[in-house]
Design a protein around this ligand. Structure first.
Ligand SMILES: O=C(O)CCC(=O)C(=O)O
Ligand SMILES: [Fe+2]
Length: 315
């Protein structure tokens, strides 16, 4: 729960850093779920003759390192979302009990409730970000889930249908996020207006449209979170460390309001008025995403952003 000073800080500065948002059991279950997931991926690559035999000493990070260095697409199978384009019925993604438990954790929902009220929908704009040391990443890689993220506002990555939606982002650290390994940074006190974005490579705000205010880095320990308003400009620092940095970004909006990505599934995470509508079964969540994947695979592409790919906002 937040105290009055924290709520006042959120209302003034547009962000908060909160330690110990989820408990260690929940965090560890996510780490274990991803280890099992990656064991399966690695075994498949091994069966295809693409990687050396796994050894008992190899853990999640070792296997990820092999896949990363070999240039495999290790990212999409770990994401809790679908990519922007080129979705097929085979596009991999991850929905399991531990990530569901995390996304519906009372520690998160209690904070969200204090900021947007007790009718809470889990917004489908959500990602895992597991970022390797940036100096080792291929120069052609531009995905903000893998390299540092350009300045943007989260309302800038929804469609305009969600412009009036009450929403909050919960950026949850699974490993310690530090200045060295690429924690989030924010521009405080800028939660009133949408800035122009450009959708080239990443969707971002060019320097001349950015407020001049000082950027504030937001290091936070594993299990803690950076909570921010959807108009707060934010970016991530580059991962200049030798290890990976792992976070999830989750968003919540007031139930009944547009999510800004309506072709992907949302669900009621908590409701005071109708408690029975809150989703409790991760399999249903998974099924909703499988349905969305099939829909996307069999229908014309739906754009996820409203911004131009060239022109003044890209200069
Ligand atoms: O973790 C990052 O690099 C950026 C995350 C982000 O933009 C968000 O959580 O909205
Ligand atoms: Fe963001």
């Amino acid at each position: 729960m937040l105290d009055d000073a924290q709520i006042a800080q959120f209302n003034r500065d547009g962000y908060l850093v909160v330690e110990d948002v989820i408990d260690e059991v929940t965090r560890k279950a996510v780490v274990d779920e991803y280890a099992t997931l990656f064991d399966d991926l690695y075994d498949r690559w091994y069966a295809e003759g693409k990687v050396p035999a796994p050894t008992p000493a190899m853990g999640f990070w070792d296997k990820l390192d092999v896949a990363f260095r070999a240039g495999f697409d290790w990212y999409q199978p770990l994401d809790i979302s679908l990519p922007h384009a080129d979705i097929t019925d085979e596009t991999p993604m991850h929905f399991g009990p531990a990530v569901f438990q995390m996304a519906t954790h009372a520690g998160i929902l209690d904070i969200v409730e204090q900021l947007i009220g007790p009718e809470i929908t889990s917004n489908p704009i959500q990602h895992v970000r597991i970022k390797p040391p940036e100096r080792q990443v291929d120069a052609a890689e531009d995905r903000a889930h893998i390299i540092s993220t350009d300045w943007h506002q989260d309302k800038g990555v929804t469609l305009a249908t969600a412009d009036q939606t009450d929403m909050v982002t919960v950026w949850l650290a699974i490993t310690d996020a530090t200045i060295e390994n690429g924690c989030l940074q924010v521009k405080p006190g800028m939660r009133d207006e949408m800035l122009p974005h450009c959708s080239l490579k990443q969707t971002g705000i060019r320097d001349q449209y950015l407020p001049k205010e000082r950027a504030v880095p937001c290091p936070v320990k594993a299990g803690g979170a950076v909570i921010f308003h959807p108009l707060t400009p934010h970016a991530s620092l580059a991962n200049t460390s030798d290890g990976y940095r792992w976070s999830f970004d989750l968003r919540y909006n007031v139930t009944g309001q547009p999510t800004g990505r309506d072709h992907f599934p949302s669900f009621v995470a908590r409701s005071k008025a109708k408690p029975e509508t809150a989703l409790k079964d991760w399999r249903v969540w998974k099924g909703l995403w499988e349905d969305a994947r099939h829909y996307a695979a069999t229908h014309p592409h739906i754009p996820q952003h409203r911004w131009p790919t060239s022109g003044p906002y890209c200069a």
